[in-house]
Design a protein around this ligand. Structure first.
Ligand code: FUB
Length: 311
């Protein structure tokens, strides 16, 4: 344990303001819930921050890192925290950033002070590294569920997905901070999201953390499956609203974190899978670390199995 602590101290001492080339990407603090975004050929990695010694998801701020080569990472600090949202009082959990209208929108789940309920807020900034301000002065949407992810389809229609224990989407307006219609609950069928055993109230594998994108005309939803512990699985669909077909496991259960949370990007000719585990000294379910693996899609567009290189 002393050697492990010394190694962590060494990482802190050697890498102020930087993240690490090896997994975990960030070795000077605990990070979770990676949300990578490609912008102008650079990768911006948005994460949560697990506080040292946490015994719950004690998270009060979000962090951003960036890289031009997926090896050398710059730490841009804390461009948004709970204080950004005057109406929120806890749980700076898994968010997602998307660029549109020359701005950057950061959708995050937080606890609303007045109701004690988890809701979705949205921060906005003029730069991918912030600072972000509260776009609305109130939640964008709220139903007690978490883990928002935004997606803009090729026709310009934007969607926001989120949910645990359900899975929701709503059509965002072009301003990205309002929506049309009511949130729609995506049917959690076993054909769409696989079969969970031993929990009659949650018959499918879908747990949380939806990550939606389109590739070669096929829509993918990557998600955390079957708590706890979680693994990462995915479904595909012919449209952003489904119907979804379950495609199987991407990253099996590994390591000491009972959650996992995925983000997938293509950049500079490579495909990259981001996730978190408990690989740092002192790491575990509430002291997590973000990591990444390069991968190649199978010729038919399915995912290979991706294993953690450091657990
Ligand atoms: O980090 C807090 C919560 O744990 C996230 O919202 C979930 O996705 C899980 O990773």
């Amino acid at each position: 344990a002393i050697a492990a602590m010394a190694s962590l101290a060494c990482a802190i001492a050697l890498l102020p303001g930087t993240a690490h080339a090896d997994n975990p990407i960030v070795q000077h603090i605990y990070t979770a819930d990676p949300a990578p975004m490609v912008h102008d050929g650079r990768v911006y990695l948005y994460t949560g921050h697990d506080e040292d010694g946490s015994t719950y998801f004690t998270m009060r701020e979000w962090r951003v890192f960036s890289s031009a080569d997926m090896v050398n990472w710059t730490d841009h600090g804390v461009p948004m925290n709970l204080a950004t949202f005057a109406w929120a009082d806890a749980n700076a959990w898994a968010g997602h950033v998307i660029a549109r209208n020359g701005k950057f929108y950061w959708y995050v789940p937080v606890r609303q002070r007045s109701t004690g309920q988890m809701v979705i807020g949205v921060g906005v900034a003029d730069s991918p590294t912030g600072p972000f301000r509260d776009a609305l002065g109130r939640p964008l949407v709220g139903n007690g569920e978490i883990d928002p992810h935004a997606f803009v389809d090729g026709d310009g229609q934007a969607y926001l997905y989120w949910g645990n224990p359900n899975l929701w989407y709503v059509r965002l307006n072009p301003d990205m901070v309002s929506f049309s219609g009511s949130p729609t609950r995506i049917p959690l069928t076993t054909a769409g999201f696989g079969t969970r055993t031993g929990n009659p109230s949650r018959p499918t594998l879908y747990e949380e953390g939806p990550w939606v994108y389109q590739r070669n005309g096929l829509y993918y939803m990557v998600f955390a499956a079957e708590c706890c512990s979680e693994f990462i699985a995915y479904s595909t669909a012919p449209s952003p609203t489904g119907p979804w077909t379950y495609r199987g496991t991407i990253m099996p259960r590994q390591g000491s974190s009972f959650t996992n949370h995925a983000g997938v990007i293509d950049v500079n000719g490579g495909s990259y899978f981001f996730y978190h585990n408990g690989a740092l000294p002192g790491g575990g379910g509430y002291t997590r670390s973000v990591a990444l693996e390069r991968f190649t899609y199978n010729a038919n567009g399915t995912f290979p199995t991706i294993n953690m290189t450091t657990v």
